[in-house]
Ligand binder design. Structure first.
Ligand code: AMP
Ligand code: MG
Length: 491
């Protein structure tokens, strides 16, 4: 087979709309080739959805492409420029170790960024080596695919390729390149960069581009940039509610890690909460708990305020009016978030209709869980299957009383008990990627080259609402330990 045929058979169908934006938004840059690429993870269902052929890519061809050693036909690699507030401080950033190959147009006509992460230095690398380690890239693969299984908008992972090279972190580690798939990589930080460094025309081009790409339903009538801001706020409110409902803690909600598309992006020090506690924080560098579980909605508003500021010149010709419009839009977040979150909580409790006391019912349950250190995921599964012994709350008198209130609440709705249970099954995951199980899978893969532990975990995570027997073994929380789980940014 000639090389040319191999490329056609892989199914690449690139467009490069981002490269048609003004030059300030990117730098064209080829990936730095690696010594001996080896494809260690390949996501067949995702490849199929993208119109890519697994047979053609699980080969030397795929290995070369996903390592950055060969540029597929139609791709136009570039590093994106952006800024970002990192823990509250504004910095010039940009893709320091990632490259956008282009946008794959699927057989259904959808457009997805194909990005290599860990593909070498770029003009935005600052002091970094442009590389990534196998462990963290496999971790991003697991968590992003778990999020997708949970029905939460997210970037996806198409492949991980080991580079055969070592990189220097605290210790030497094997290097890897992750192939990431995203609705786009336009972030709040991209707008901060445009507003800070560009002209109004360049800012407007970015806004028009992003609006058309992610919010095509917004028409030309009225104040389209205000509609854009409102739509982004709404999607973030929905996204953060979904995180809260499964106990996901992003860990590094800097403005460069908030995608305008409304997808979860950048899996660094993220992790899922076991025992319910709003103060939960895993990231070793988040010493003040800025990005703790309970703070995520507030931080989202803070980030969205930074986004709104960038749009001020487009919202109204009068600056004061712009500020009024932006503030009004931002003030919607809290109500929207609350609506999404309550809708999700009602579903988790099998409740179909709305009553004013529902909020107290939810709050009281969470309080009891917090006081007793109950596992967030398992408590809702225990309620679903009436297996109170699995909740860790079976001895709590308050919980017994709460259950009576909840039962009475269920009886006041028209829907049957079985409809209610079905709703709970569909709303309460049997499995989340618990830290100790993720670590176990990564240790087997990185230390022993054994990917079977990770494959089994991924299979169980693919449909967390199946409540299958294979998922039961993943339900156990970690053995209690005096050493809290810590995640690291040194990805
Ligand atoms: P993150 O915390 O992963 O969102 O990254 C923040 C910024 O640091 C982004 O601009 C990254 O591209 C950059 N960065 C992270 N790791 C590296 C690295 N190893 N080499 C160069 N740049 C990096
Ligand atoms: Mg980032």
């Amino acid at each position: 087979m000639t090389e040319h045929n191999a490329k056609i058979e892989a199914g690449w169908s690139f467009d490069n709309s981002y490269a048609r934006l003004p030059e300030m938004f990117f730098t064209r840059q080829a990936p730095a080739p690696v010594r001996s690429p080896k494809l260690i993870m390949f996501n067949e269902p995702l490849a199929a959805a993208l119109g890519l052929k697994a047979e053609a890519l699980q080969s030397e061809e795929g290995e070369a492409v996903f390592a950055g050693n060969r540029i597929p036909e139609g791709a136009l690699p570039l590093a994106q420029a952006y800024a970002g507030h990192q823990f509250g401080h504004l910095n010039m950033l940009g893709d320091g170790r990632a490259l956008l190959l282009g946008e794959q147009i699927t057989p259904q006509g959808e457009r997805f960024d194909i990005q290599l992460k860990g593909s070498g230095r770029t003009p935005y690398s600052r002091g970094g080596d442009g590389r990534a380690a196998v462990g963290p890239m496999l971790r991003e693969y697991i968590i992003s695919e778990a999020m997708n299984g949970l029905g939460i908008p997210t970037t996806r992972s198409l492949a991980v390729t080991a580079t055969g090279e070592s990189i220097i972190r605290e210790a030497m580690q094997p290097g890897a390149v992750l192939t990431r798939v995203a609705a786009s990589h336009v972030r709040v930080g991209t707008f901060q960069y445009a507003a800070g460094r560009g002209s109004i025309e360049e800012l407007r081009e970015l806004a028009d581009y992003t609006l058309q790409r992610h919010y095509p339903e917004i028409d030309g009538d009225g104040n389209r940039y205000l509609s854009f801001l409102q739509a982004v706020i709404k999607r973030q409110a929905s996204l953060i509610a979904k995180w809260q409902l499964v106990g996901f803690i992003h860990g590094v909600m800097n403005t460069d890690n908030m995608a305008i598309s409304g997808e979860t992006i950048d899996y660094g020090p993220c992790a899922f909460m076991d025992a319910f506690d709003p103060a939960t924080v895993f990231s070793s560098i988040d010493t003040h708990g800025r990005y703790a579980y309970g703070n995520q909605p507030r931080i989202a508003v803070w980030n969205l305020a930074r986004f709104a500021e960038t749009l001020l010149p487009l919202l109204h010709e009068d600056e004061e009016q712009s500020v009024v419009l932006a503030e009004e839009a931002l003030s919607d977040f809290t109500g929207l978030f609350h609506e999404y979150w309550m809708a999700g909580m009602r579903a988790k409790l099998g409740i179909f209709n709305e009553e004013s006391e529902d909020e107290a019912l939810v709050k009281d349950l969470l309080d009891i869980m917090q006081q007793n250190g109950a596992d967030f995921t398992n408590t809702f599964v225990a309620l679903t299957f009436v297996r109170m012994e699995d909740s860790g709350l079976s001895c709590s008198k308050e919980f017994a009383e709460w259950r009576e209130r909840w039962q009475a609440r269920l009886e006041r709705q028209e829907e049957s008990k079985s409809a209610s249970q079905q709703l709970m099954r569909d709303s309460n995951p049997a499995i989340i990627p618990r830290n100790h199980r993720v670590e176990e899978a990564l240790a087997a893969a990185v230390n022993d080259g054994d990917y079977s532990v990770m494959q089994r975990l991924l299979a169980a995570l693919a449909n967390p609402y199946a409540h299958s027997p294979e998922q039961a073994e993943y339900a156990a929380p970690p053995e209690s330990s005096n050493v809290p789980y810590r995640t690291f940014c040194g990805t």
